[in-house]
Design a binder for this molecule. Structure first.
Ligand SMILES: Nc1ncnc2c1ncn2[C@@H]1O[C@H](COP(=O)(O)OP(=O)(O)OP(=O)(O)O)[C@@H](O)[C@H]1O
Length: 233
């Protein structure tokens, strides 16, 4: 049986207008086509500045594409995020499309355990279930239990990144976007993240990510998607 198509980018382009440079345009993505299926992990490769993060931000609807379509399979139908309403975008983010960046951005003074549990609570789980699953993920990611009741503001870069990954993976989502989520992690913790991603794929998630570390790329990628910086307009 062929795996279900989950995400399809068609003829996608993105340029930025540089207001402080008299409206000059910077073309970053042009005519890009990509299909992502359930159970695969496609890793974006290419030099710094090739547009990898921009592409993930366009898919997550943080940036609006200049041209083209971002079709996602959401709730049994296809939706073009480039033309979706803000309400539809929020619904897609809540149920279908996860995004884990390098940085943890959270409300200050909330304990780590609740930060991780929050997305599961929002999806309808009870507090006890959400905290239990949060604790499991934090343990697997080697975040010591003595830190769980503290807000993560003062944690090390690697600890914050592991909290961020736990929060990003606690709700199983059909499509996962990862923007260098393991950048500050040591080899042992990178291996845990690779295992978590394999489990997500085995459960049918489609993963699209950026990993600068070559070991990590080789370990998690089922396919590479090469990208190149465009020439100036
Ligand atoms: N909001 C923005 N406004 C203007 N230019 C932007 C914006 N976001 C990204 N760019 C430009 O787009 C180009 C691609 O950036 P992007 O961060 O997508 O590259 P990348 O391949 O992810 O690089 P790296 O591997 O270094 O993270 C860069 O030249 C960057 O300056």
């Amino acid at each position: 049986m062929t795996a279900a198509l989950m995400l399809e980018l068609r003829d996608l382009s993105k340029s930025f207008e540089l207001h402080h440079q008299h409206g000059a345009r910077l073309n970053v993505l042009r005519g890009l086509n990509l299909r992502l299926h359930a159970g695969e992990c496609v890793v974006l490769s290419g030099a710094s500045g090739a547009g990898k993060s921009t592409l993930l931000r366009v898919i997550y609807a943080n940036y609006h594409p200049s041209f083209g379509a971002v079709h996602v399979r959401h709730d049994g139908r296809w939706l073009d995020l480039a033309r979706a309403t803000p309400h539809e975008v929020l619904d897609v983010r809540r149920h279908t499309l996860g995004y884990v960046s390098q940085f943890l951005r959270v409300i200050p003074r909330v304990p780590t355990l609740d930060i991780v549990a929050e997305p599961l609570l929002q999806n309808g789980a009870c507090l006890e279930q959400a905290r239990e699953r949060a604790g499991n993920l934090l343990s697997r990611l080697n975040v010591p239990e003595r830190l769980w009741q503290l807000p993560p503001g003062t944690f090390s870069g690697g600890e914050q990144q592991r909290v961020n990954i736990a929060r990003g993976l606690i709700v199983p989502r059909p499509i996962l976007l990862l923007d260098e989520p393991t950048a500050s992690l040591d080899a042992d913790n990178r291996a845990v993240v690779a295992e978590l991603l394999e489990e997500a794929r085995a459960n049918g998630s489609a993963v699209l990510g950026i990993f600068h570390d070559e070991d990590m790329r080789e370990r998690v990628a089922t396919r590479l998607f090469p990208m190149q910086a465009l020439e100036a307009a």
